[in-house]
Write a protein that binds this ligand. Structure first.
Ligand code: MEV
Length: 320
């Protein structure tokens, strides 16, 4: 019996970087999904086919999971499987196939989505009942095994879906209703490595005590943003986006390309705009009235940004 699951990617709206240090963030799940199919096999190995990750036939015996060279592209699946087997031992292996609606380059969180979809598929395959929080804890452990850093906000978006006010590590996961405004996403064309940038900011924080103040300001601003979303005060929320961007500039994670796209969005009447995610490249987001969406998209394209057509508030992990 084969089980197929899927989980959504994410977009960070407010609070990136500060969330690594315990402050809240606001994240929304996007309708770009990663699909995982698992099936038991008769051998003692994990077989993996992930053409979107450039892998056609990867295999590893259960005894060897996590040892020897683990290619970066399969690390999340392999470590999750290892953690899963520690809790729920099995002597026979599985075949795993993955497929993605989006490229891992955009910063939409393909690693977290694949980790969550895979974990959910294992639960269903072995008929194990877990709460969302238990599923989160297992996935978060695997992510820390692989990259050592991260707040888990992307896993929460992949599990719960919707738009979330999140405090790490899933201490608070609160759904907020954000319908009524347009979010425009522009890709810079530059792939950034999240773990490297998070470490760089961590180093800056160790060397410059004032960085703690910046993190706190981002945290406070995120609390206000949540309130403004409840009040549907989009104009003021846009100003907060700009303020959030200014604080991210202080952390030195914005780039000329991001600034160019952000400025183009402003000139086309966006309420606000900022980078989304770790920075260093990847995507920016702008917030606007729906009637201004097209003009903002054209402005982003005019500076050679790639407009990503995504819907926010997507459903969390599910069985297909
Ligand atoms: C990266 O998309 C967002 C960061 O806050 C890292 C994290 O929360 O894990 C920079």
């Amino acid at each position: 019996m084969a089980i197929t699951t899927s989980a959504p990617g994410k977009l960070m709206l407010f609070g990136e970087h500060a969330v690594v240090y315990g402050y809240p963030c606001i994240v929304t799940a996007v309708d770009q999904r990663v699909y995982v199919t698992v099936e038991k096999n008769g051998s003692d190995a994990l077989y993996l086919e992930a053409p979107d990750l450039g892998l056609m036939a990867y295999s590893k015996t259960i005894a060897d999971l996590g040892n020897k060279d683990v290619p970066k592209s399969v690390a999340f699946i392999e470590m999750l499987y290892k953690r899963f087997l520690e809790q729920y031992p099995q002597d026979r292996g599985i075949i795993v196939k993955t497929k993605s609606d989006f490229s891992s380059s955009f910063g939409f969180g393909s690693s977290s989505a694949v980790t969550v979809a895979f974990a959910k598929a294992l639960m269903v395959l072995y008929e194990i009942d877990l709460t969302n929080k238990q599923l989160f804890d297992m996935c978060y452990q695997a992510v820390l095994d692989v990259q050592g850093v991260g707040s888990g906000f992307d896993l929460a978006a992949a599990i719960w879906g919707g738009t979330l006010f999140y405090e790490p590590p899933a201490k608070t996961v609160e759904t907020i209703d954000i319908d009524g405004m347009a979010i425009i996403v522009g890709y810079t064309g530059i792939k950034a490595d999240t773990a490297t940038i998070v470490r760089m900011v961590g180093e800056m924080r160790r060397q410059q005590p004032m960085v703690d103040g910046t993190m706190k300001e981002i945290g406070d601003l995120t609390q206000t943003a949540r309130q403004l979303i409840v009040e549907r005060n989009w104009e003021h929320l846009g100003t907060l986006m700009d303020n959030n961007q200014a604080l991210l500039q202080q952390l030195d994670v914005s780039t000329d390309r991001l600034e160019e796209l952000i400025q183009a969005a402003h000139q086309a009447q966006a309420f606000g705009a900022k980078l989304s995610g770790a920075g260093g490249g990847d995507c920016m987001i702008a917030m606007a009235l729906k009637q201004n969406q097209q003009a903002i998209e054209t402005a982003i394209e005019s500076v050679h940004g790639e407009v990503m057509h995504v819907s926010i508030n997507a459903e969390g992990v599910r069985v297909e």
